[in-house]
Design a protein around this ligand. Structure first.
Ligand SMILES: Nc1nc2c(ncn2[C@@H]2O[C@H](COP(=O)(O)OP(=O)(O)OP(=O)(O)O)[C@@H](O)[C@H]2O)c(=O)[nH]1
Length: 606
């Protein structure tokens, strides 16, 4: 039997990072008896080890609770947790599309922050009923009344009924549950209409294969149904349907408005795309549910095994990671410096960091990550447009008409005292000023258009240190813009080394070329001959330095004796050096490459 849609409430919790979303979720699970108190591990929904350590939510985990409300009825509450970081914005959007309501958790000591606003707007865009919750009222610095007004003034939603709560102390939890029942609308949909189910997430399981998380919008789904994915057109037979209570629990069927999962011998995450609509083969829906979009990588970097022999291991690890993470992309590439590896694409820097950490931790591969870069669009003189995922994709200098780079529209919220510093930072990062306003007398909102490439290099860290952690930010991608960008090659002994090339604004080329050359100079051991290190744009050398030759003391064994003999020896040495320089290759220890390229060691003075 499926649940009565009138007794179902589907909701999500949205918040700025650290405002207490996961802690509130834990309290709700506890209060509804979904998880016994003694089994309660802190933040039960953040189950990935890295999520726990970093204290951030990456994957959205749904859970179903039975709640005996004050009106004497029992309700099914489906809570769909959402990721808290901008990199995973698309997942937030899909999770919200599966709900009718959202708890907007605001830390009552901090007030409205960037993701509070961004997520609240997303919820409003999806027509959700937004219930504000003022958390952390146990803290002495809590100022719930002020924050209540801030929510009304800044976000523009009614906060008069906002629950004051302390997730830590367990205050206000029942009020939240009552409000969910009373104010979040029951799902609407038709039992008799053809099946339309929204895939809002999908995960890989060793035993079941791909498990799709769905919200049934119309119709019903049960074991044995022949279903079709509307974006890919592929069809499958449903093997199991179930709900999250909180583990995967099989049920007979999922009805209108319900949130659950199904399995159907789906092999890869590419077949079960988040945002796609599932329908019946026999009686297909006419239209897919709105809003599906393919996720696109915006940041790229190379992953190479530290030991060249570990390449197959890295390939296997990436394959397995991809099973759990559809937004990761990778293609094999080779580099003269690093051998065989992969060019990987990510949703953002955090996504890159996490993927790298998971590869090292869960799959035990040691890898080198090259500096991250964005995708550039190069318009050639003959009109052809090349998408460059790495510096090596750039056509020769002479063939380029224009280079375009991806831009973001960045919104920064900061206490007013730091406005000047933040503006300076944005300007240093080639930002274009758009707007400044004050959302409260104390807090300013700054809007800039900024090249994504500048944003991914330490912007967030710098912002946090300039503002002592009080600023918050949000951004959206706004497409490509032409810019004066050049490819800088690094040459060692006249030979360009592919892995060291980089793209940058022409104004930064000298500075960065110089910093790279200096760093290389310290890493390359002295050879028997002088080794020039150069930075060049096309054929034009912009920086040159030398690694000095080792001077072997050929006269050491020559005590006293004839001056002409000494001269002869010195002459011989000079000739030998010339020969070495011509025929000899510079021997660069692999560690030099690694420490130059590895982003963790990156300190080129920017
Ligand atoms: N004093 C106090 N601390 C709280 C309360 N609720 C949460 N915290 C603390 O605030 C910190 C952040 O809480 P989380 O629940 O991890 O925040 P979150 O919003 O889930 O964070 P993300 O998963 O990164 O989005 C933790 O250290 C909690 O212990 C509260 O009511 N009072």
């Amino acid at each position: 039997m499926t649940a009565d849609p009138r007794k179902v409430r589907n909701f999500s919790i949205i918040a700025h990072i650290d405002h207490g979303k996961s802690t509130i979720a834990d309290r709700l699970l506890e209060a509804t008896g979904t998880i016994a108190k003694r089994n309660m591990k802190e933040q039960i929904l953040d189950n990935m080890a890295i999520e726990r350590e970093r204290g951030i939510t990456i994957k959205s985990v749904p859970v179903r609770m039975d709640y005996h409300a004050a009106d004497g009825q029992t309700y099914v509450l489906n809570l769909i947790d959402t990721p808290g970081h901008v990199d995973f914005g698309y997942e937030v959007s899909r999770s919200l599309a599966a709900c009718e309501g959202a708890l907007l958790v605001v830390d009552s000591t901090q007030g409205v922050q960037a993701q509070t606003l961004a997520n609240a707007y997303k919820a409003v865009d999806h027509d959700l009923t937004v219930l504000p919750v003022l958390n952390k009222i146990d803290l002495p610095s809590a100022r719930p009344e002020e924050v209540r007004r801030e929510i009304e003034d800044v976000i523009g939603i009614d906060a008069s009924e906002a629950v004051c709560c302390s997730a830590k102390e367990g205050i206000g939890i029942h009020e939240i549950l009552e409000q969910v029942v009373a104010r979040v609308p029951a799902p609407r949909g038709s039992e008799d209409a053809p099946l339309q189910a929204l895939i809002f997430d999908a995960v890989y399981d060793n035993y079941r294969g791909i498990v799709c998380y769905v919200r049934i919008v119309n119709g019903a789904m049960q074991r044995g149904d022949a279903i079709k994915m509307m974006a890919t057109g592929a069809s499958y037979a449903v093997e199991e349907v179930g709900v999250f209570s909180p583990g995967w629990t099989p049920v007979e069927a999922l009805g209108v408005g319900e949130v659950g999962y199904f399995t159907a011998s789906i092999k890869t995450l590419d077949e079960a795309r988040v945002g796609d609509t599932v329908t019946n083969v026999a009686r297909p829906a006419e239209k897919a549910l709105p809003g599906y979009q393919a996720v696109k990588s915006v940041v790229y970097c190379g992953f190479y095994p530290v030991e060249r022999d570990d390449f197959p291991q890295l390939r296997d690890a990436l394959e397995k990671l991809k099973l759990n993470d559809a937004s990761l992309t990778y293609d094999p590439e080779t580099s003269t410096a690093l051998g065989f590896g992969f060019r990987c694409g990510f949703l953002g820097l955090l996504h890159m960091d996490i993927s790298r950490e998971r590869l090292e931790r869960e799959f035990d591969v040691h890898l080198v990550a090259t500096a991250p870069n964005v995708v550039y669009r190069v318009v050639k003189k003959d009109g052809e447009v090349v998408e460059a995922h790495r510096p090596g994709d750039f056509p020769p200098e002479g063939e380029i008409r224009e280079v375009q780079e991806p831009m973001i529209r960045l919104t920064v919220y900061t206490p007013k005292d730091y406005v000047g510093k933040v503006m300076q930072l944005c300007q240093d990062k080639r930002g274009v000023y758009l707007n400044l306003d004050y959302i409260t007398p104390e807090r300013a909102r700054l809007v800039y258009d900024l090249p994504l490439a500048e944003f991914i290099v330490e912007f967030y860290d710098k912002l946090q240190s300039l503002t002592r952690g009080y600023a918050s930010l949000d951004y959206e991608h706004i497409g490509f813009r032409a810019s004066n960008l050049v490819k800088v090659d690094m040459l060692i002994n006249q030979e360009p080394i592919d892995a060291f090339s980089f793209i940058c604004h022409v104004d930064d080329a000298y500075h960065r070329g110089h910093a790279s050359a200096m760093k290389l100079k310290t890493l390359i051991p002295n050879q028997l001959f002088e080794v020039p290190i150069q930075a060049s744009i096309g054929k034009k050398v912009i920086v040159r330095t030398n690694v000095r030759a080792l001077r072997k003391d050929v006269l050491a064994k020559c005590y006293g004796g004839d001056i002409s003999r000494k001269n002869k020896l010195l002459e011989k040495q000079k000739k030998g050096k010339e020969r070495l320089k011509q025929i000899g290759k510079v021997s660069i220890p692999p560690e030099a490459f690694l420490s130059f390229l590895d982003v963790n060691d990156e300190e080129d003075g920017r």
